[in-house]
Design a protein around this ligand. Structure first.
Ligand code: 5GP
Length: 174
């Protein structure tokens, strides 16, 4: 497999992430939200997003597995590493790289809701709407993308390509 067509360029991502940061800063003006990033895909997005926030905030991480290194969802979500902060009474924002079937996020959302945060919102860079199997409320969306397997900006294929500064489509070799 190889890097195919570039779907979202570096400067488009930068512009949109800044807009999302501004929007979140406005919505959480007098609050100190906890941004929960889902490892490993969400890490690049989170690190850019927090630098465009003008409000105080905290970060925490959670690691789950839903894919087994391939391109198809296994339908099974496992928690590999849990949060280190107690989110009870906090304003939590889940920061995801991509929502595909929605299974992963639906699972994480219910786990976090059971811990009684004051509020819970979801911010995703990419939304692959056509593939949705569970309806998950998305509060902040960077880009809606077509049904293709994408790599770059945190998103991997077999742990590779996360470093690409743009989002590209994964293509088969010639
Ligand atoms: P879902 O549970 O919504 O089907 O999938 C969520 C997770 O699957 C994402 O957090 C991501 O890790 C992975 N995923 C879904 N679509 C893609 C894609 O197009 N490219 C990559 N690299 N990962 C994806």
């Amino acid at each position: 497999m190889k890097v195919g067509k570039i779907l979202i360029k570096e400067d488009e991502i930068r512009k949109r992430v800044t807009e999302l940061g501004d929007e979140i800063s406005r919505d959480y003006r007098d609050k100190t939200p906890t941004l929960v990033s889902i490892l490993k895909g969400g890490i690049i997005f989170l690190s850019d997003l927090v630098r465009s926030l003008s409000i105080l905030h905290e970060m925490d991480f959670m690691s789950v597995s839903s894919y087994n290194g391939g391109t198809e969802s296994s339908g099974v979500v496992r928690i590999l590493a849990d949060l280190s902060i107690n989110i009870e009474g906090r304003d939590v924002i889940i920061v995801e790289d991509i929502v595909d079937t929605g299974l992963t996020l639906d699972y994480i959302r219910h786990i976090l809701l059971a811990r009684h945060p004051k509020s819970l919102r979801i911010c995703t860079l990419l939304d692959k709407k056509a593939r949705r199997r569970v309806d998950v409320p998305l509060d902040y969306v960077g880009f809606e993308i077509p049904d293709a397997f994408v790599i770059g900006y945190g998103l991997d294929y077999g742990e590779k390509y996360r470093h690409l500064p743009y989002i590209a489509i994964l293509e088969p070799d010639d």
